[in-house]
Structures are given as C-alpha cells and as structure tokens.
Write a protein that binds this ligand. Sequence first.
Ligand SMILES: CC(C)(COP(=O)(O)OP(=O)(O)OC[C@H]1O[C@@H](n2cnc3c(N)ncnc32)[C@H](O)[C@@H]1OP(=O)(O)O)[C@@H](O)C(=O)NCCC(=O)NCCS
Length: 188
Amino acid sequence: MLEGKLVTLRSLEQTDLDRSFTWANDAEVTHFLTSLRYPLSRADEERWLDDAPRNGLAGGVRLAIDTKSGEHIGNINLHRAHPEDSKAGLGIMIGDTSYWSKGYGTDAIITLLRFAFHEMNLHRVWLQVLEDNERAIACYRQCGFQEETRLRQEVFRTGRYWDVFTMGILRSEFEALHGAPATAGAEV
Ligand SMILES: CC(C)(COP(=O)(O)OP(=O)(O)OC[C@H]1O[C@@H](n2cnc3c(N)ncnc32)[C@H](O)[C@@H]1OP(=O)(O)O)[C@@H](O)C(=O)NCCC(=O)NCCS
C-alpha cells in the first residue's frame, strides 16, 4: 500500500467493481474523461478489472484510492508506460463527487508520483486534460505538472470540439517541490 497524507493507494479488488461501474457511468464524472464516452456494461467493467495489468513498469499501475478511514473514493493509474524512455501517462478519477476539491486528488497524485519516481525509476510522467477541467488543471499544477502542448479541437463533446492540454512533470521537478528520498545510511 502507498500511504499519503489523506489517502491510501491499494490494489483494486473484485469488491470495488460496483463502485467503479457506477462512477464510469456517471455523466458528472465522465464528462471530464477523454477515454470514457459510451455507456459501459457491468461486463465491460468486469473485463477492465480482470484485464488490470500486473502492476509493474511494463504494464503500468492501476490502484484504488481509499480515504484513511477505508472508504473507496476513486481510482488512479499509470498507463502507456515506456520502460525505454522511463515515462508513463497518469489517469485519475475521484468517482465520489462529494470528495471533489478537498485535496484528495492532489494527495493521491503526489503519493503515486513519489512511488513512480522513487520506486519505479520513472523519469517523466505526463497526462492529458480537457481545457474546461479547471479543477483538474489546478490540482495538476499544485502537484508540479507544467503545461506542455495544446492540442486544438482534439475532443468532440457536448456538441462541440474542445482543446486538450498535455501536461508533464520530471523527477527533478517533483523532487524540487516535494523532496528527494532520504539517502540510505545518511547521518541525521
Ligand atoms: C480532477 C480530480 C482528480 C481533482 O481531484 P480533487 O480532489 O477534486 O482536487 P484537489 O482538491 O486536490 O485540487 C483541486 C484544486 O482546484 C481548485 N478548484 C476547484 N474547482 C476549480 C475551478 N473551477 N477553477 C479553478 N480551481 C478550482 C480547488 O479549490 C483545489 O485547489 P486548492 O487545493 O487550492 O483549494 C477530481 O476532481 C476528479 O476526479 N474529477 C472527475 C474526473 C476528472 O476530471 N479526472 C481527471 C481527468 S484529466
């Protein structure tokens, strides 16, 4: 388990299926997700859970986000990992909307980035975000992501095209903001 200040990140279990299924069909949530457009069946969601890669650099990482009291509020992942380039993409969904804008997303991302940079030896983590997802953009900036490119009219949603930002963070930038690992054996 990966321990943050507000959240614990853990492996997804079959018992998480109902919640993940509900969130993946909640238009309030999926409006912001570039990857979810069509209604998902339970079977789709079961396949998604069954196909979860064995956590590792080649397959990526797919984890549940729990509050410290053990409530499952969302999922977070690293995908499209490229071991040769030491990079991966990050995706996050706080599915329980009552937890939005309370710092849980920021804490989950910082916790996963710390693991990505200090345990998986990643060099760069990137993500894509819709131009109107102001909450997410504010959250990503707080974590240390920088805007890198603007893909014009990349996604068609709600009857119009939307731009998409690519944002990225390097290990050195993460460490400047959130600290480097303590050197083993270093004198205190
Ligand atoms: C995006 C998401 C992961 C962010 O997590 P979160 O826990 O809600 O965000 P946080 O509270 O950590 O940070 C959000 C920040 O944006 C601020 N914010 C909220 N709404 C905002 C808005 N409309 N404009 C600007 N800032 C806003 C919050 O106040 C907070 O800043 P603060 O910590 O200084 O108060 C979460 O809201 C979510 O999963 N949303 C639905 C799915 C989604 O958008 N996924 C990401 C797709 S790229």
